[in-house]
Design a protein around this ligand. Structure first.
Ligand SMILES: C[S@@+](CC[C@H](N)C(=O)[O-])C[C@H]1O[C@@H](n2cnc3c(N)ncnc32)[C@H](O)[C@@H]1O
Length: 247
């Protein structure tokens, strides 16, 4: 009964458009330059790079074009990998930039962009990254929005924090009015959504084979004056970090 009522509200609210994603524009810059900084392309020069959660491959291809000696894009979705492979062919980097659901190749650098909030088992992903990374290598992660961000529910954030106000059941039922993949939980939507918070991410890294060499919580621009250790879960736009292996 309550779920039906909530679903009806969601349908009404979203009828003007349902893109509740937190997609951001990077002001004409490439996403990698905007998220990782311009010096990122110096870091990847001549390196074997693993792009974990590569999606349709735009960043992997850019890394291949801008100096990486080899890029391996990893994703669980075959459909996005097909798009990525076609794009690599178009960009004529198919020999240096490959895409697959898994690899055994060792990398000098592991990169993961906008994917950590989607991994069903992020602790396992860190373990896999550790096995694929050379001892002196590092992991560069940038992701967000995290779960308590106003748009942390991605598609489910019909308005800011809607994903925290409505029940999972109502949100999933509302989603099933326009998506037909049969997902019954947040974690089952295409590409996944694991409800990770900043604190959960810190705890994951603490329990992983990695330690933070750097961690930056980038505030939501308009809320930056309110951004502090108490409000960070609600006011962080992007979690950015550099991980190294524990020695
Ligand atoms: C929001 S997309 C980001 C894609 C790309 N990195 C970008 O920045 O545009 C997140 C990607 O992570 C992928 N993903 C989710 N779980 C994964 C897993 N266990 N292993 C590899 N990729 C995964 C999804 O399929 C999706 O393509």
């Amino acid at each position: 009964m309550l779920t039906n009522f909530q679903t009806r509200i969601l349908k009404t609210i979203s009828s003007g458009g349902r893109d509740g994603s937190a997609g951001c524009v990077h002001q004409g810059k490439s996403k990698l330059a905007a998220l990782m900084g311009d010096e990122f392309f110096t870091t990847i020069a001549g390196k074997v790079v693993l792009d974990f959660g590569c999606g349709e491959g735009a960043e992997a291809i850019e890394m291949a074009q801008r100096g990486a000696s080899r890029v391996i894009g990893i994703d669980i979705r075959e459909d996005v990998l097909q798009v990525a492979k076609a794009r690599a062919l178009d960009a004529r980097v198919q020999d240096t930039c490959v895409f697959a659901t898994s690899t055994k190749e060792l990398a000098d650098l592991v990169v993961s962009v906008d994917a950590f909030e989607h991994f069903a088992d992020p602790a396992e992903i860190l373990r896999i990254m550790n096995t694929l990374l050379r001892p002196s290598g590092e992991v560069l992660i940038s992701f967000g929005p995290t779960w308590y961000h106003p748009l942390g529910g991605h598609l489910f954030s019909v308005f800011p924090w809607a994903h925290l106000i409505f029940s999972e059941e109502a949100l999933i039922r509302w989603r099933s009015t326009f998506k037909t993949d049969g997902a019954t939980r947040f974690g089952e939507v295409a590409g996944g959504l694991n409800q990770i918070s900043v604190a959960k991410f810190e705890a994951l890294v603490a329990a992983s084979p990695f330690k933070f060499a750097a961690l930056e919580l980038v505030p939501i621009k308009r809320l930056r004056r309110l951004h502090n250790s108490l409000t960070r879960e609600f006011t962080t736009a992007v979690v950015r970090c550099r991980l190294v292996k524990r020695s």
